[in-house]
Design a protein around this ligand. Structure first.
Ligand SMILES: NC(=O)c1ccc[n+]([C@@H]2O[C@H](COP(=O)([O-])OP(=O)(O)OC[C@H]3O[C@@H](n4cnc5c(N)ncnc54)[C@H](O)[C@@H]3O)[C@@H](O)[C@H]2O)c1
Length: 370
């Protein structure tokens, strides 16, 4: 009989509920331990989901050391990612950690070094959830099998509206550099960077602009205005592997955009368009018998569907899929995010090789504006 995988869930906020719903539908896996700094949340979640009192924690380390836990889900704000991943690495605890991988490249680098210094391989998956979008998976296969010929350029945009002035969104951790690292860049841009890496290739050379359209927001506790010290708009151009140019843009002030993540990949003999708001449809433009471009709407079949939590449970059981985002993917993603910020700060093109070569902490975008 298949061994039950007992999961410890750290962070009981919005995204944790999404993952917990997926886990309820997976045979042979369940959440048996929980942790949150907010003890009222822990008690509420615990009684709703029947978690034993002895498996309810407010300290991530206590949960990670619980011998009744086989693997950890870390669904916490970005400032907590580094320490939870570090603890899981040193305690050989398999972990699925949310994106962005860390707040900074320095944190990501330290984790990579810790992982490389270990005697045994670590099991760490990073929650780049769009790798599980069926149209993205089919597109990857089609690009790799040459269905659109040589790839010539890629356009990616990830737009949301919740930060715009009409929404009067108050200050929250996603706008506070000390907690989030970067703003739209890390939150949404990390997904774009991962999609570019997943579908086409590694961003190697970057030029960028970043801005904070709304400079101050109301502190929900005091009612006073506080400074926003991260970007809510970022655009960058990158040269990917094999010299393929790619254009990226992200905003939290795009009025009318709920979750508009769209990608277009253009090759010599065809093009592919996909997006979160297109559902399971992949748009494939290719020449018809007369050589004229026709746009086909492919309804992606079920064989391209894989749930993120199923992938993680399979990984914990020993099934390693080539397309799963690993700790190294998290590290490389963070290296690109750092290059974007440094390109903006230095007003020049930055290569990821320069980021790797630089020692110490480089300047942040918010420091430049002061
Ligand atoms: N993959 C995706 O598409 C996706 C979508 C949304 C969020 N996320 C990521 O998930 C993470 C969490 O986002 P969210 O929207 O659920 O945030 P949230 O604010 O709704 O929830 C975070 C929870 O973590 C708890 N917490 C904070 N510090 C903690 C600590 N030290 N130990 C234990 N618990 C702690 C908070 O009390 C809160 O309950 C973020 O990194 C975010 O980027 C990913």
């Amino acid at each position: 009989m298949m061994k039950e995988i007992r999961l410890g869930l750290i962070g009981l906020g919005g995204m944790a509920s999404v993952h917990a719903e997926q886990i309820e539908r997976i045979a042979g896996a369940s959440i048996t331990a929980i942790c949150d700094l907010d003890t009222a949340k822990v008690a509420e979640w615990g009684s709703k989901h029947g978690i034993e009192l002895s498996s309810q924690y407010s300290s991530p380390e206590d949960l990670i050391r619980d011998s009744g836990v086989d693997a950890v889900l870390s669904i916490t704000p970005n400032n907590v990612h580094y320490e939870i991943i570090r603890l899981c690495l040193i305690h050989s605890m398999p972990i699925m950690t949310e994106k962005p991988f860390t707040r900074t490249y320095a944190e990501a680098k330290k984790l990579m070094e810790i992982s490389e210094s270990l005697q045994t391989a670590s099991t760490c998956m990073v929650g780049f959830s769009y790798r599980y979008t069926p149209s993205f998976r089919l597109a990857r296969e089609m690009i790799r099998s040459g269905k659109i010929g040589k790839v010539r350029h890629v356009f990616l945009q990830y737009l949301q509206q919740w930060g715009g002035p009409l929404f009067e969104t108050k200050m929250n951790w996603r706008m506070d550099r000390s907690i989030t690292g970067t703003g739209a860049l890390g939150d949404l841009g990390s997904h774009m960077v991962d999609a570019a890496r997943f579908l086409v290739g590694e961003p190697l050379e970057i030029s960028a602009i970043m801005s904070s359209l709304i400079a101050q927001r109301e502190d929900p506790l005091t009612g006073s205005p506080v400074d926003v010290d991260v970007d809510d708009f970022t655009a960058f151009v990158a040269v990917l592997t094999d010299g393929i140019p790619a254009v990226f843009q992200t905003s939290r002030n795009a009025y009318g955009s709920q979750n508009q993540f769209e990608i277009s990949v253009y090759g010599d003999t065809g093009a592919l368009q996909m997006g979160w708001e297109y559902g399971d449809t992949l748009h494939w433009t290719h020449p018809n018998e007369e050589g004229k471009p026709i746009k086909e709407e492919i309804q992606v079949s079920e064989e391209y569907r894989l749930q993120q939590m199923q992938d993680f449970v399979d990984l914990v059981r020993g099934t390693v899929r080539e397309e799963t985002a690993t700790l190294r993917d998290g590290y490389l993603n963070q290296r690109v995010l750092e290059a974007v910020e440094q390109a903006y700060v230095s007003k020049r093109t930055i290569t990821v090789a320069e980021i790797e070569a630089a020692s110490g902490v480089m300047q942040s975008a918010s420091e430049v504006k002061k």
